[in-house]
Design a protein around this ligand. Structure first.
Ligand code: SF4
Ligand code: SF4
Length: 286
């Protein structure tokens, strides 16, 4: 089962939940934790993985053999990402914009374009008390997060429980991280911004057909409109975490929530049981 943890905005406590869920389950399930928030992967701060290894992640970008190029301009015309242009019969390539789709090399009439690897980040692997842990780190200045997220996601375990910590928001990296999930936990906070971004996140998971539920973090900081929205939209509230200074302190010290405050462990396990029930119900009705 793949459980992703997402949020419409940053700073809602997504990492807190993903790491707590992984740690709470590690003694009863075969757990793999994937940190797909590749622009700012933070799970390692809380998990402190041992024996970490790092492998480059690359995409294939075009390379032009000038001796074969006629300057026809076909490559520039087919690239919808403006990653290749032909100016005065000279080909200019912008690797940072290239999505590695291969269209230019496939359609070049002179066979002048080959593909070469271009590193966009790294995939890191480590162990946390028997749990498998992976994260991706996007190279600074690179805009292409999805290839790294894909590389991290491929490390998911098809038999045990895979927990995916997605990046915040609702753009391509989030879709790439959560799209094969059996369930998505949406972490939010009861503020107008939190509610607005929760609505967007709900639209995204519904468009992808993923079962979902919400966690309201820092309950008490705003009003009850987020809770009312969840009820009216039929979104189960999986957990409510109060605004608690101890949690903020724990978080700033890099200590996982359920290790610093073990009273949250039963709630996290109860949440997992509800998620498993909902996933099982859904699969038996399809
Ligand atoms: S399509 Fe091929 S031949 Fe035409 S400009 Fe591009 S690289 Fe040169
Ligand atoms: S591989 Fe695709 S995205 Fe990259 S330059 Fe060629 S056509 Fe554009």
């Amino acid at each position: 089962m793949i459980i992703s943890v997402a949020s419409g905005k940053g700073g809602t406590g997504k990492t807190l939940i993903a790491t707590s869920l992984a740690l709470a389950l590690k003694d009863k399930e075969n757990v793999t934790l994937l940190d797909c928030d590749v622009e700012e992967p933070n799970d390692h701060i809380y998990m402190k993985p041992e024996s970490s290894t790092s492998d480059p992640v690359s995409i294939a970008v075009p390379f032009v053999d000038e001796s074969k190029c006629t300057g026809c301009g076909v490559c520039g015309d087919v690239c919808v990402f403006n990653a290749i242009a032909v100016v005065n019969k000279k080909v200019l390539i912008f690797n940072e914009l290239c999505h590695g789709c291969g269209a230019c090399s496939y359609l070049c009439p002179s066979g002048a374009i080959s593909e070469v690897p271009h590193e966009v980040g790294v995939l890191e692997e480590g162990k946390v008390e028997g749990m498998r842990f992976f994260d991706g780190v996007l190279t600074i200045g690179q805009p292409m997060a999805p290839p790294i997220i894909r590389a991290v996601r491929e490390k998911g375990d098809s038999v045990g429980i895979t927990i995916v910590d997605a990046s915040p928001g609702t753009s391509c990296p989030v879709v790439e991280a959560i799209r094969e999930s059996d369930f998505c936990v949406l972490v939010t906070e009861p503020t107008p911004f939190g509610l607005n971004d929760l609505r967007l996140a709900v639209e995204t998971v519904r468009a992808l057909g993923i079962a979902h539920g919400a966690i309201i973090n820092r309950a008490g900081v705003g009003d009850d409109r987020t809770e009312e929205f969840c009820k009216s939209a039929g979104i189960p509230i999986l957990m409510t975490i109060p605004l608690d200074e101890r949690i903020a302190r724990t978080y700033s010290r890099g200590t996982p929530l359920i290790e610093a405050l073990p009273e949250y462990r039963p709630q996290v396990l109860e949440m997992y049981d509800r998620i498993r029930e909902m996933v099982n119900e859904r699969s038996s009705s399809t």
